[in-house]
Design a binder for this molecule. Structure first.
Ligand SMILES: [Zn+2]
Length: 356
């Protein structure tokens, strides 16, 4: 089918460049006030790490201040969008391994809202500016500010204290979209965050609250209620339920530690250890990928099986098994919600196009 491809050579060339990350994010830290010894080098290391990780071709600026003490905080710039606007941008920006986004609710988001966890329809999303830009929506170039304690340890190697580099990457993670505004931050009540579009009760309870199928993912209410239900919260990225903190006692914008290979720097506590050189790990990356960052392992929608970055017979085998099992992962063509011949055609087309 390759001779039917009409993709212009220039477009293919641009895709090839993008795949090499030549069009990567540009992170600009803007320190304000006095910078403690060693901190400038830490910011440079954080910039190199983030620019090597995120291929989204945008620039973000981050104000950095230092305070006398330990710990760190992030204060994102946020932009409010109508939910359908954000949903459309997220779907238009889907990368090669994204699929669950097609099953996000359409016009409004059923949500369990405080104080009693009643179901309400939520119509707006508070979006961190950096993530809004990543999915092509208008937003300020200033992603926000982080404040970094000057007691944090600029030496990664001694195993003492909290490494400043881990803390900086963690706080930038909040600016990138690890943000549960309705639960953690006053002033955002009644709005979703991109993260919370994927947040469900961990357990089914009496209402079958945790989605088992893509259609349940469409219709089951997201939870925006601090520390409720009692069984905890998960972020459902389609392929897995990732355990999250619930707001009390730990902010809901953090992953619960599964183990230190699976859960990286977006866990709440990392005293005395560094995640260097891979700060974001499996679950952190799965969430960044889901909320709109271009972090696919796959090179194309047809790249269904490892080794990723190449289309081969293993991808065909996975497609056949997925077709027989009606796995929504291969539901890439309308009508969505049913695996049919249009999905076979979509697979064959992207397989024939090859990796960019
Ligand atoms: Zn945090």
């Amino acid at each position: 089918m390759r001779h039917h491809a009409t993709k212009p050579a220039a477009t293919a060339f641009l895709f090839a460049i993008a795949a090499n990350h030549a069009f990567a994010i540009d992170v600009v830290f803007i320190p304000t006030g006095p910078v403690p010894p060693g901190a400038a080098a830490v910011l440079t290391d954080a910039e190199i790490y983030l620019e090597g990780l995120l291929p989204d071709p945008i620039t973000i600026q981050i104000n950095v201040s230092f305070f006398d003490g330990a710990g760190a905080v992030a204060n994102p710039t946020t932009v409010v969008f109508d939910y359908p606007t954000f949903r459309a941008a997220l779907i238009a920006d889907m990368d090669a391994d994204d699929w669950i986004h097609n099953f996000l609710p359409h016009a409004a988001v059923p949500s369990l809202v405080p104080p009693a966890g009643a179901t309400a329809q939520v119509h707006q999303v508070s979006v961190p500016a950096a993530l809004a830009r990543a999915v092509g929506l208008p937003a300020p170039i200033l992603a926000g500010a982080i404040s970094v304690g000057d007691d944090l340890d600029t030496d990664l190697t001694d195993g003492i204290g909290i490494p400043m580099l881990d803390a900086v990457v963690h706080e930038v993670g909040h600016l990138l979209g690890f943000a549960a505004y309705s639960i953690d931050v006053p002033g955002h009540a009644g709005r979703q965050s991109p993260l919370d579009l994927f947040r469900f009760p961990a357990n089914d309870g009496v209402n079958d609250a945790n989605p088992d199928t893509p259609l349940e993912f469409s219709s089951r209410p997201r939870t925006l209620t601090n520390n409720s239900p009692a069984g905890g919260h998960v972020i459902d990225v389609g392929s897995a339920d990732l355990p999250m903190h619930t707001g009390t006692p730990t902010q809901a914008s953090h992953l619960v530690i599964v183990d230190f290979q699976t859960t990286g720097v977006m866990a709440a506590i990392f005293q005395g250890r560094t995640f260097s050189p891979t700060f974001f790990r499996t679950n952190d990356l799965a969430i960044l990928d889901a909320i709109g960052w271009d972090l696919a392992d796959a090179c194309a929608p047809a790249d269904l099986s490892p080794p990723f970055g190449t289309l081969d017979f293993l991808d065909v085998l996975v497609f056949i098994a997925s077709f027989e099992g009606a796995n929504p992962r291969i539901d890439r063509a309308e009508p969505f919600g049913v695996i049919d011949f249009s999905d076979v055609l979509a697979f064959l087309t992207t397989f024939a196009d090859g990796c960019p």
